[in-house]
Ligand binder design. Structure first.
Ligand code: NAX
Length: 325
């Protein structure tokens, strides 16, 4: 039998995983190839994860060859080729930003070390659990046997949201929107770049001539969409986050030169961003699993101010967890 592609998902009993696991198992990322799911959870909810495993089995997915579950990252990450780090601690009552960063930082410190020790050498890691950029930076610094370029944090949901808003405004299908990327942090300081976005091959600013809308309402809508979903649903985005997580990994392994957003390690970046951050840039895949930053994107004053504010926020986050690097 063909050796399966091993995919780790953490936070397996949580709401994003409840969508992500079934889409992976259905073969949306690796069509017609056997896969094994390695699912990590904290001990307290392992019984719930057992239930998720039962449901995965009950789907009788033809390409799902194996399901490993557990709460020891060293065991669960054994031999994995791809890892979705979704599980994280939510902000509890009275918790300060520093406490949240630290609590999550410890999780990603341990998981970075475990991936480094146990995963396949060519593993590709996508950090989804928030604060995802800084969690990813911590994992990178603690994964001594894995190149930083093998990690990314997810800003693809933000890109997808930006595209969807632009498509509604321009009254065109979402597939007409290209080159729409996010700079910076996956937070309310993120920068959706409408200046270089294209709509049916034309600059978005030529199609949507209302610059005030682009600079204010559009920006606020993208930056505040997560909060808007919580307000409406009573829970944070889950199915859309899982969908973006599939998109992000698909883009990484599809070397077709399409530009996409990804928060990657900023060493040697060509934009003068602090070189020790995980920062969202326009990226493209140059070969299966290997990305490159898209160079030469010129910022106007508006973008530059916003991008620098997001960089400042990431530097502040890094300062709060510097002992974990
Ligand atoms: P849930 O609270 O539903 O699930 C999280 C799960 O992670 C829980 O079952 C918990 O037990 C588990 N967990 C906690 N610590 C763990 C550890 N050390 N090892 C393994 N599992 C652990 O959250 P969900 O809605 O699934 O969201 C997960 C994370 O994604 C959150 O941090 C959330 O903020 C983040 N998001 C990131 C997005 C992005 O675009 N990067 C968008 C969606 C989402 O907000």
């Amino acid at each position: 039998m063909k050796e399966p592609i091993r995919i780790a998902v953490t936070g397996g009993a949580g709401q994003i995983a409840y969508s992500l696991l079934f889409r992976l198992a259905a073969g949306e990322l690796f069509h017609n190839q056997p896969i094994a799911l390695h699912i990590l959870e904290v001990p307290a909810v392992l019984s719930q994860l057992e239930g998720v495993k039962m449901e995965l089995l009950d789907c009788a997915f033809p390409h799902l060859q194996e399901i490993v579950i557990g709460s020891d990252p060293h065991k669960v990450f054994e031999g994995v080729n791809f890892a979705y780090l979704v599980g994280a601690k939510p902000r509890g009552p009275g918790m300060e930003r520093k406490d949240l960063l630290e609590a999550n930082g410890r999780i990603f410190q341990g998981q970075g070390q475990a991936l480094s020790d146990a995963a396949a050498k060519d593993v590709r890691v996508l950090v989804v659990g928030n604060p995802c950029n800084t969690n990813c930076l911590i994992a990178i610094h603690n994964a001594k046997n894995i190149a930083p370029q093998q990690f990314q944090a997810m800003t693809r949901l933000d890109e997808n949201r930006a595209k969807a808003f632009l498509a509604v405004k321009a009254q065109c299908p979402v597939s007409s929107i290209t080159n729409c990327t996010i700079w910076g942090n996956h937070s309310s300081t993120q920068v959706p770049d409408f200046l270089h976005t294209k709509i049916d091959g034309k600059l978005a600013t030529e199609v949507i001539k209302d610059t005030t809308w682009l600079q204010t309402e559009f920006f606020k809508k993208v930056q505040g969409r997560g909060a808007e979903i919580i307000q409406a649903r009573g829970k944070s985005s889950a199915a859309s986050a899982a969908s973006a997580a599939i998109d992000a990994m698909r883009s990484l392994i599809t070397a077709d030169s399409t530009t996409y957003s990804s928060a990657v390690y900023s060493a040697n970046n060509s934009y003068g961003i602090d070189p020790n951050l995980v920062f969202s840039f326009p990226c493209k895949s140059v070969s299966k699993g290997n990305w490159e930053e898209v160079k030469g994107v010129e910022w106007d004053q508006f973008l530059e101010t916003k991008i620098r504010a997001s960089e400042k926020e990431l530097i502040e986050e890094r300062d709060l967890i510097k002992d974990l690097l």
